[in-house]
Design a protein around this ligand. Sequence first.
Ligand code: NAP
Length: 525
Amino acid sequence: MTLTGELLIGAAHVPAGAGTMKALNPATREVIEPEFAFGGAADVDRAVTLADEAFDSYSHTGPAERAAFLDLIADKLEAAKGELAERASLETGLPVAQFEGETLRTADHFRKFATLVRQGRFLQATIDPAQPDRQPSPRMDHRLQKVALGPVVIFGASNFPISYSVAGGDTASALAAGCPVVLKAHNAHPGASEIQGRAIQQAVAEAGLHEGVFSLVRGVGNEIGEALVDHPLVRAVTFTGSEGGGMALYRRAQQRPDPIPVFTEMTSVNPTFVLPAALAARGAEIGGGLVQRAMYNVGQACLKPAILLAVDGPGFAELREAATSEVEKVAARTMLTPGIHDSYTRNAQRLEERGATRIGAGQEPTRAWDGQSLMYEVTGDQLLAEPDLREEVFGPAILLVRLTGLDQLLEVARAFRGQLSATLHAETPDHVATAQLLPILERRTGRIVVNAFSIPQEVSYATTHGGPFPATSDSRFTSVGMGAIERFLRPVTYQGFPDALLPEPLREANPLGLWRLVDGELTRP
Ligand code: NAP
């Protein structure tokens, strides 16, 4: 595919209306062709208006039609795998093989949502039949299903240029729900964005859907993002990125005359607690294993296990030694953007200013935007006294915390803000302490892992990628996994309807063959 750099607004390829940019290869610092168009408020208006026009027909597509569309996107992503992986690698400095895998996982995500749509359980079809003889007053027939919210704006993330970007889980789940998508592409990987955007655009056309089902816009500065959040026809927003950016967009959406939900995924240190028996039994294994996981994607992952906590005692020295020697093996690698590299350097410096001791460093950087792996240590007292030490350093840095005892471990656990995940390593003798720790973690995190690591994460029905603020702006939802569709649905009750006027999922004969809740009982098709 020859990249044109145009915006994709419905079926149209739109040239620049507000300047252009070129992508940057962060490994070589060379600019890469071609020029990519920036759009402005008029492009946003056109894309959102088309999405709104597409909404009625798209949100009423039947399960078979919508699922076939999602499968078609998966096919097109797979067909683009080589080209997409090459371009993503060029724009991020990360390996081609990583992106080939990411493309396949992303295609699989669309296929999983196609299955979910065919099953139709997400509609939550519920029937409370009429009770004409009920005393003291009869009950009318009530039926409920979930319906799509409307046009959704999705901010592509910088750190996973496929799976959290244009064709990422946000897009897959919004399209599965029946919501047209206007995608704000991240400027860190415009070429990879265009390849994915064109795959979806072609799938829309081949599936015979309204062109407004998908658009991709790009802009400079905050103007385009603000215009998207402000647009009166937008019904929901998703965002993955910094706490500052996410909260600016969240607050903006709440100040609209008609506030809309903004699902932000922002920051998490994913604390890993090693309990005493596990520490004594396998301290070295845990220390080395954690570092290997933490360095995935040059530490630029929302699930990076960034803070490792253990009580000083048998196994602590082995854990510390294994972790630092693993860090020392890691070559410095290019970070995603100059901005992300600069804030990594600043934030690592901040750890030192707040009293953290550097106990290990990876190989020296050889290029301007290489991130050097770093390992720091603090005491439990320091971590409790200095909130900044408990905050994310986005990049390949790990903080080891030496605790005085189990009481301090529990106190430190209570001090963390909301997290996407928390991990504990525990053996049978640790089960009493684990039972004390679990309720503390449940209040603060969306996923608790035992005797494994927070990376990798499954994309499945039971996945939660969410958690209390500031991990996300709404802990009731997940942004990854099949439950992600819930963000884009709302319930509607149909009361007293004749069968012929009911939506298909709620008709008496159950023509779609759905599992339904009938008078409080889950019933087979
Ligand atoms: P970001 O600065 O938060 O930007 C994400 C997206 O939102 C970009 O498209 C950006 O547009 C837009 N945006 C941000 N603030 C906005 C505002 N006030 N108004 C309108 N649009 C706005 O995130 P990033 O560029 O990906 O990386 C910056 C930092 O975010 C990283 O150093 C890291 O600390 C954090 N981050 C964290 C995670 C995580 O999973 N924990 C993931 C990615 C990034 P522009 O690019 O045009 O400004």
